[in-house]
Ligand binder design. Structure first.
Ligand code: ADP
Ligand code: MG
Length: 129
């Protein structure tokens, strides 16, 4: 047996996956898990549940991809909010390497537009590039 072959075997022997205790623990967990699955399967029959395929509600391809393009001439009255966000982003102190400013609200309120406006502002150019 060559030297490196031997060292490989030794490494495998002492690796986590070959430890007896680890295997035992894993065995117990698999047993417990299969017990749970069996109970679920028994309940399915007991309560007469049927398998049915359900279409997922939101398909990832249906959601529009986010981008940073915004038509500023169409946006009305958001300069104050934009500047407030920029100020928060620029006042990063010495303990922070990054700052997160959440914009919260119901859909259609203009959160993404506001974020895009701030992102595109020249005052943030030096920290975003
Ligand atoms: N300040 C604003 N003035 C005019 N239109 C806006 C303004 N903010 C957002 N909109 C428009 O309203 C719609 C929803 O905005 P959006 O930023 O996508 O909302 P949200 O991300 O909160 O769901 C978009 O068509 C956007 O162009
Ligand atoms: Mg949005």
């Amino acid at each position: 047996m060559k030297g490196n072959e031997m060292s490989k075997k030794v490494r495998i022997f002492f690796s986590k996956s070959n430890q007896l205790s680890y295997r035992l623990k894993l065995g117990h967990r698999v047993k417990a898990l299969s017990g749970k699955l069996e109970a679920i399967s028994a309940n399915r029959i007991k309560f007469g549940f049927n398998e049915r395929l359900v279409e997922s509600q939101i398909q990832s391809s249906e959601r529009e991809q986010t981008h940073s393009f915004v038509r500023l001439e169409e946006v009305i009255g958001r300069d104050g909010d934009k500047n407030a966000i920029i100020e928060l982003l620029l006042e990063i102190n010495s303990e922070e390497s990054i700052r997160v400013v959440p914009i919260v609200g119901i859909g259609g309120l203009g959160k993404t537009t506001l974020a895009q406006m701030a992102f595109n502002d020249e005052k943030l150019e030096h920290i975003l590039s």
